[in-house]
Ligand binder design. Structure first.
Ligand code: ARG
Length: 568
């Protein structure tokens, strides 16, 4: 595909006799298309060239040649505005989509780069809540998009499967295990046991002591205790897997906290060697007060490790095993301090520089319900499996009302219901808190997953109505030069750029917004243009454009984890 921005940059760089990359980085997209396709802010060069921006603009314009790609250059204030040749653009985009099809927008940017994306990471024997859902959806989208851009992406589920709470679970299980049917609905049963034993611990210090000892037994590898612990773990994983299957989410590794239990000595040794460790009231800590980050405990006074220690062991292990260029932690912003601390402490672990610089917390906002905050105690925690099922049920009901004859109703309802929930989790800037409201999530006309699916289905029915897909050789690009068609073309052109920005900023919402923009552009095109037409040239071109839009909507949605229905 023609890189018009690069062509513009080359022209400016040549005219100004300056570095191409620098010029390229200054080029902007004007706020509206009437002002051209690219704009160059000449004030950026005022210092080097020691001239006023309008003077620079005039001088550069004189030297820049217009040609078949760049049709026109205008001066507006201190800006140079460039108009590219729309016919060339149309030809270039559609030919590229024809060539690459389902792979349109993919590239090799990430060749030889390894990116770890850590996401989901729920806690064993505890419910998978809607915070974990958001995390899972965001992380999985990043994982898929990195792969699409040629990175060697590794998806890791850092399970919360370690800590005193497991000593508690085992104590509860030993006491009342026979009262519970763990095979059925294990997470609820576990929660029940957990609440019960916690209450007992509060009343009776000796029970808490017992729980600590239980956990110690797991750590020491006592077969009986390890077996019960594994039982909880497997039951939970089975439940989590149901959610992952519904969402179409996969991982390359489930190495969670427990995996690092025998890998923490190395952390302590390295910190000691590098004189980073301090004794404090019997505990071993790294003092980060001078960085404004408090202290990071590495070993408690009773010799046990904490969450942070295991994260540090994980960093060492991952650096050694994967030699990563980036390691992204998709975790709620509530853990900001934790990640600042461990990234700071990691400086004492003798990591390769690239790994150390590659550590990054991808923080996302909380999920709230329209009814207020979530609380386990008040029973206002929405369980994700139930939420996903409700989404599917609600869609099934709509189908039953509006289109009872539809084929494969259940399959389609699943794609739409799940797609709606996924989209809702990635459509706003991830750091923002998010409100979950059924009315917005399932609104077919709003900026939602179902809206994108609906427009996709429309492109499909256009192809069906036409009864054929034209050959690209038969498409007369001249037909697609009206405002609405050109808008669609320019959005299609931008797909790869958007994907590149997603990984640059770790912000999958950019892709979600993009798909809305594309769907809306197509909707306008569809409303303004008659597609099935007596004039074969017109029909071929418009049908072809519909097909191209369908392809890109489908590819983009699948990168977010959303499947497209066949009917709606
Ligand atoms: N299990 C934790 C939770 O549910 C999240 C783990 C985040 N990842 C990490 N490497 N600390 O809150």
């Amino acid at each position: 595909m023609i890189n018009f921005k690069k062509i513009v940059a080359e022209k400016i760089a040549k005219a100004a006799n300056l570095n191409l990359e620098e010029i390229y980085s200054y080029i902007e997209i004007p706020p509206n298309q009437d002002m051209g396709d690219y704009a160059f802010p000449c004030f950026k060069l005022a210092k080097v060239l020691k001239k006023a921006p309008p003077v620079i603009a005039t001088e550069l314009k004189e030297k820049i040649e217009e040609d078949n790609n760049v049709e026109k250059v205008n001066i507006v204030g201190g800006y140079l505005n460039f108009y590219i040749n729309k016919l060339e653009l149309t030809k270039s985009v559609l030919t590229e989509i024809d060539l690459k099809n389902d792979n349109y927008g993919s590239n090799e940017t990430g060749k030889d780069k390894t990116i770890i994306v850590e996401y989901s990471s729920p806690n064993i024997a505890k419910p998978f809540h809607i915070g974990h859902l958001r995390n899972t959806v965001i992380g999985s989208a990043l994982y898929k998009i990195y792969k699409y851009l040629g990175y060697n992406a590794i998806g890791i589920n850092h399970l919360g499967d370690y800590g005193t709470q497991f000593g508690k679970m085992i104590e509860g299980y030993k006491r009342w295990g026979t009262e519970y049917d763990l095979e059925n609905n294990p997470i609820d049963q576990c929660m029940d046991i957990y609440v019960r034993i916690n209450n007992l611990c509060k009343e009776d210090e000796s029970v808490l002591e017992q729980c600590r000892e239980n956990f110690k037994k797991i750590e020491d590898g006592d077969p009986y205790y390890v077996e019960i612990w594994n039982k909880f773990k497997n039951l939970s994983l089975k439940e989590f897997q149901k959610i992952y299957d519904l969402l179409g989410v996969t991982f390359d590794s489930f190495n969670g906290e427990a995996f690092y239990s025998d890998k923490m000595d190395e952390v302590v040794e390295k910190l000691q060697e590098n004189s980073c460790l301090k004794d404090s009231e019997g505990a071993k800590i790294v003092d980060l007060e001078d960085k404004g980050l408090g202290v990071c405990i590495i070993k408690k006074s009773d010799g046990s490790s904490i969450y942070a220690t295991r994260d540090l062991a994980a960093i060492l292990y991952r650096a050694k095993t994967y030699d990563f260029d980036k390691c992204l932690y998709v975790v709620a912003y509530e853990q900001n301090l934790h990640f600042k601390q461990i990234f700071e402490v990691a400086k004492c672990l003798d990591l390769p520089k690239k790994c150390l610089n590659g550590l990054e917390h991808v923080a996302y906002g909380m999920v709230r319900l329209t009814t207020g905050k979530m609380s386990t105690r008040e029973g206002t925690v929405i369980k994700v499996d139930e939420l996903l099922q409700e989404a599917i049920d609600r869609v099934e009901k709509v189908i039953e009302d509006k289109n009872p004859e539809m084929e494969n109703k259940e399959e389609e309802a699943k794609k739409i219901g799940i797609g709606a929930v996924i989209f809702n989790n990635v459509c706003s800037t991830i750091i923002k808190d998010q409100v979950f409201d059924w009315n917005t999530v399932l609104n077919f006309n709003g900026e939602t997953g179902p809206y994108i699916q609906y427009i996709y289905v429309r492109t499909k029915s256009v192809l069906e109505k036409a009864g054929y897909i034209p050959n690209i050789e038969d498409v007369k690009f001249e037909v697609l030069q009206d405002k609405e068609s050109l808008k669609v073309i320019s959005v299609l052109y931008n797909f790869e750029n958007i994907l590149m920005s997603v990984v640059e900023k770790n912000e999958p919402s950019l892709l979600a917004r993009y798909l809305i923009e594309l769907a809306q552009a197509y909707s306008n095109f569809y409303n303004e243009n008659k597609i099935i037409d007596d004039n074969k040239d017109i029909q071929d071109a418009r049908v072809y454009l519909s097909k191209a839009v369908g392809t890109v909507l489908k590819t983009g949605a699948s990168l977010l984890g959303i499947e497209m229905p066949n009917k709606m």
